[in-house]
Design a protein around this ligand. Structure first.
Ligand SMILES: Cc1ncc(COP(=O)(O)O)c(C=O)c1O
Length: 388
């Protein structure tokens, strides 16, 4: 019975061109990869700085594995708190210029955990940008707080909400760089409003860390808001090429999370090589921020190239370049044709993005060469002229 119901729903997804399936990669992550037996230029990974398979990353994982083995095999609060975890947290706090940092097992858990821990009663209010990541939405749903969304990057709407609603604690949450549109939250204005209406500010820097700000420190550096952002979340599975996440803030915040945050408390600590890799990647970024500049130059080159071919794209200097197609079927057709032409960009469709805004979410790496980019621009031109 239930199986038939699920089958029917799946059929419906297929009819609407919303069915999703997995694609199999059989090479290391890099600017070129092998997917289903084909060597293609990869243009939809979050490996922004190309660190995922960097020789230093591999070496760090090997060394850590040799010394400590793999698993941490307990929660941090029981017996899973190992030297590497605290070493990473010190480095992350230094990187974001905060008093403290705390590791989480992934960005999804960090968002769900922080939001539902800081706002946990109907007296509290979470205020979220309409285009925030799904993990922020899930965090609001899991919290017992009231929550409300404001129109994307609309500061007048945000102020209206702040002015009109009373709460014991108000938490404004935004993506520093929005994951599907690649635009940047106006954090200076958000912080100003938060001070005026006594709200906390949390920024999800999943796509900002390693990408914006001269040295890749993310929103805090881009907007020069040192000491002003109450909660900064960063992930390790994107520009830093690994897996996991971290939350930066002052001592009170971190102590509170250690004591109260269920997705921190009730889960096994990250395996040692995973954390050793995070330390190594972060060190590499801190030693050599020129990779951030290379990424930016690649983005400028690619955006200019597409525009010269008459393909309209928006970009604010982040690694995410959305090419909006609108119609689901056309979007899938272009993605398929690009693959045949040697470029892999996944089609992003509802419910990940609003209906009618299906898109090719192009993401670049610092390690794409000019030749990769030129080939991709050519493939886009060809696929567009054939399908649209
Ligand atoms: C904006 C944003 N926040 C949070 C996450 C979740 O991070 P993680 O993949 O580490 O769970 C993602 C993507 O995965 C994201 O794009």
């Amino acid at each position: 019975m239930w199986r038939r119901q699920l089958q029917k729903e799946l059929e419906l997804l297929k009819e609407r061109e919303l069915y999703r399936s997995l694609r199999l990669m059989s090479s290391a992550q890099g600017p070129e990869v092998v997917i289903e037996g084909r060597r293609v230029i990869l243009m939809c990974s979050n490996n922004y700085l190309g660190l995922a398979a960097h020789p230093r990353v591999k070496e760090a994982a090997k060394r850590a594995m040799e010394e400590y083995g793999y698993g941490a095999v307990a929660s941090r609060l029981v017996s899973g708190n190992m030297v590497v975890h605290e070493e990473f947290e010190k480095l992350a706090a230094q990187f974001k210029a905060t008093e403290k940092a705390l590791l989480f097992n992934c960005g999804y858990m960090a968002n769900v955990g922080v939001i539902s821990t800081l706002c946990d009663s109907a007296e509290d209010l979470v205020i979220s940008d309409k285009l925030n990541h799904a993990s922020i939405i899930d965090g609001m749903m899991l919290s017992r707080a009231r929550f409300v969304t404001f129109r994307h990057n609309d500061m007048e709407h945000l102020e209206k909400i702040l002015k009109g609603k009373r709460a014991r604690r108000k938490l404004i949450v935004v993506d520093g760089v929005f994951s599907m549109d690649g635009d940047i939250a106006p954090l200076r204005e958000i912080v100003r409003l938060a001070r005026e209406y006594e709200a906390m500010v949390m920024v999800d820097d999943a796509h900002a860390t390693g990408v914006i700000g001269e040295t890749g420190r993310g929103s805090v550096e881009y907007w020069d808001l040192y000491g002003e952002l109450d909660i900064q979340m960063g992930t390790l599975g994107k520009a830093l090429g690994g897996f996991g996440a971290f939350v930066c803030g002052d001592e009170v915040l971190i102590e509170y999370l250690i004591n109260r945050c269920r997705p921190f408390i009730y889960t096994t600590a990250l395996p040692v090589p995973v954390v050793a890799v995070a330390i190594e990647s972060l060190r590499m970024l801190m030693e050599d921020p020129s990779m951030v500049k290379r990424l930016k130059e690649n983005v400028e080159f690619f955006v200019e190239g597409l525009r010269r071919k008459g393909i309209d794209v928006k970009n604010q200097g982040t690694a995410i370049i959305p090419v909006i197609i609108g119609d689901e079927q056309k979007c899938l057709a272009i993605s398929k044709r690009l693959f045949e032409l040697g470029v892999y960009v996944a089609a992003i469709r509802p419910p990940t993005v609003p209906k009618g805004t299906s898109r090719l979410r192009v993401t670049l790496m610092a390690t794409h060469t000019r030749e990769h980019l030129e080939r991709a621009i050519h493939a886009f031109e060809r696929a567009f002229s054939e399908i649209l």
